[in-house]
Write a protein that binds this ligand. Structure first.
Ligand code: T46
Length: 134
């Protein structure tokens, strides 16, 4: 099941009296080649992001600051992850419906992705997603 492939991944954390350092390398820390990075920030209280799935995209979400919830659904089962660390994140394989909410103030959601932005890769209709996922 795709939901079983989605998992929390720990990142390297280099602790230093000057501050901590974390890094992400393709295929070493995430199971795909990184082609894009984007981030959600200045998210107002009560806002929800996502509400779609991707046909082929692999992603890795990290709470760079603050916290938020990621609700995932593979058409058969659902799970919720609370992200609140900058040295771990949630890997999402293709064909996962996701909704992101419960953003804390000043939270930043960074996403590393396996491909450039492509609207054709999105499934934005839940019924269509279910039809393809089942
Ligand atoms: C996802 C969640 C976690 C671009 O032009 N380039 C980009 O790389 C992205 C990600 C978005 N956009 C444009 C497309 C829309 O006009 O930015 C606008 C907002 O995108 P969207 O409504 O898809 O944003 P979210 O926060 O609902 O979803 C985003 C990602 O699109 C999606 O892949 O999994 O963050």
């Amino acid at each position: 099941m795709p939901l079983d492939d989605c998992r929390l991944l720990q990142l390297p954390k280099i602790e230093d009296r000057r501050g901590n350092l974390t890094f992400i390398e393709s295929h070493r820390h995430v199971p795909f080649a990184i082609e894009r990075v984007y981030y959600l920030y200045d998210v107002p209280g009560g806002a929800e992001r996502g509400g779609h799935a991707h046909r082929n995209l692999h992603q890795f979400l990290v709470a760079m600051s603050g916290s938020f919830d990621v609700k995932i659904d593979d058409g058969h089962r659902k799970a919720t992850y609370h992200l609140n660390r900058s040295y771990s994140g949630l890997y999402l394989c293709p064909m996962i419906w996701r909704e992101i909410d419960n953003f804390s103030s000043a939270s930043v959601c960074m996403v590393v992705a396996s491909a450039p932005y492509d609207e054709a890769d999105y499934l934005r209709d839940y019924d269509e997603f279910l039809r393809l996922a089942r």
